[in-house]
Design a protein around this ligand. Structure first.
Ligand code: FE2
Length: 413
């Protein structure tokens, strides 16, 4: 049951000393004003209890079509990306509409309970029947009241390397996919990979779609498709609509090459997504010791003024057996893995699961400002540091003025 509220009182906004009162009308924030002190909530008012109130969490990179299939038909024993793709290829053969819808909605419920209201999911379109894509287009409509879902047409087995890969992608765009995906490092040859990136960016540009490429998700320092993606985005002046997911290989590039690459990245304005739990698990698998972390250069990209967000990538699927929908867990792991536990980074860290994710999704209306849709979450903590220390579930999630989640403080449920 959802309750409609007209004010959030005792709200703490990031970077603002005094408590705030946030008025809501017709599903939008109408007035944000400073309180003299803590107040008692009245009828139709939600008590922020002096906790941080931030925009809803954004899950920018997940695979809902594969979610909750770990161990089916077999477990990924090696823990590599490539055995994961083999397991998924076997599971994909038994995919049905109801199967996809049921698992996707179960996962989205988990996300909504954790304060996530915006999700970008990849859906494998290297399937002649496009079963997953068609089911996910239905899911997008079914969940519209609780989550905004973007669908990436993702060619898991390649655009050049899978029979009819390009035709299936074109069909997916025609059917209504929001975003064009790619996987150049998995194509049979480097040339195929380069051609695929150029082709998919052109396709997206022609049909006014976003781009999100699984790019260089490999420890191989010779995997350099990111430069191709950035150059294409720059050429078409499309950078704010283009996302490079993973870019794990950047963690293995030499600094000389990176200094040249970063000049291009800054010019292109590309968005970046890193999936720390997934990459720590899948990458470094062919290393002896020392083993690489397999993550992209997150702090360096942020220092260069580029937008980077963290995502979960998987929830209990052939690539990653864990996951609980709590992005604070992902953030915690990412900050550890990227050497970002200095207080300066911690204070800005919530941007990695809110604003920067919204930038990747190219959301037009996002944030806590007068006039914007009344969507936000109440966290358990008065600062990002406290929130990270506890990693407790959100106290409340508000969507268009309706309270969709409301739980008592210090709850782990
Ligand atoms: Fe992915």
């Amino acid at each position: 049951m959802t309750q409609t509220i007209r004010t959030i009182v005792n709200a703490r906004l990031q970077g603002v000393e005094q408590l705030q009162s946030i008025a809501i009308s017709d599903g939008r924030f109408t007035r944000i004003s400073t309180q003299a002190g803590r107040v008692e909530p009245g009828a139709d008012e939600l008590d922020g209890s002096c906790n941080l109130v931030v925009p809803p969490f954004v899950e920018p990179h997940i695979h809902l079509d594969a979610a909750m299939t770990a161990g089916e038909p077999r477990w990924n024993q090696s823990g590599t990306l490539f055995e994961g793709i083999e397991c998924w290829s076997e599971r994909k053969a038994s995919l049905t509409r109801d199967d996809v819808i049921s698992r996707a909605e179960q996962t989205l419920k988990l996300f909504a309970d954790n304060g996530i209201q915006y999700v970008r999911t990849h859906v494998d379109v290297t399937d002649p029947k496009l079963t997953g894509l068609k089911a996910m287009l239905e899911v997008r409509e079914r969940v519209a009241g609780t989550v905004d879902l973007q669908i990436v047409a993702f060619p898991q087995e390649g655009l050049w390397s899978f029979p009819q890969g390009r035709e299936l992608m074109e069909e997916a765009v025609r059917l209504g996919a929001d975003v064009v995906g790619g996987i150049p490092h998995f194509e049979f040859t480097r040339d195929y990979g380069v051609e695929s990136v150029r082709w998919l960016v052109e396709l997206a540009h022609k049909h006014d779609r976003l781009v999100d490429v699984h790019c260089d998700e490999i420890d191989d320092p010779e995997s350099r498709f990111l430069e191709v993606l950035a150059a294409e985005a720059l050429r078409l002046d499309y950078g704010s609509r283009v996302t490079a997911s993973h870019t794990c290989a950047m963690g293995s590039y030499n600094d000389h090459y990176c200094s040249r690459l970063f000049r291009l990245l800054k010019k292109s304005g590309l968005r970046f997504l890193s999936m720390p739990t997934e990459s720590l698990h899948l990458q470094g698998r062919f290393d002896g010791y020392p083993k690489r972390r397999g993550l992209t250069r997150v702090p360096e990209l942020l220092d260069a003024g580029l937008k980077v967000a963290f995502g979960q990538d998987s929830i209990r699927d052939p690539w990653y057996p864990l996951g609980n929908g709590n992005l604070l867990r992902t953030l915690d792991v990412g900050l550890h893995a990227c050497h970002m536990l200095g207080m300066g980074w911690i204070e800005k860290s919530l941007e990695l699961i809110t604003d920067n994710g919204a930038a990747a999704l190219d959301l037009e209306e996002y944030g806590i400002k007068e006039g914007l849709p009344a969507r936000c979450v109440v966290l358990q903590g008065q600062s990002p540091y406290e929130v990270l220390l506890g990693q407790l579930p959100v106290l409340a999630s508000i969507r268009d003025g309706r309270v969709s989640v409301n739980r008592p403080a210090d709850s782990n449920n």
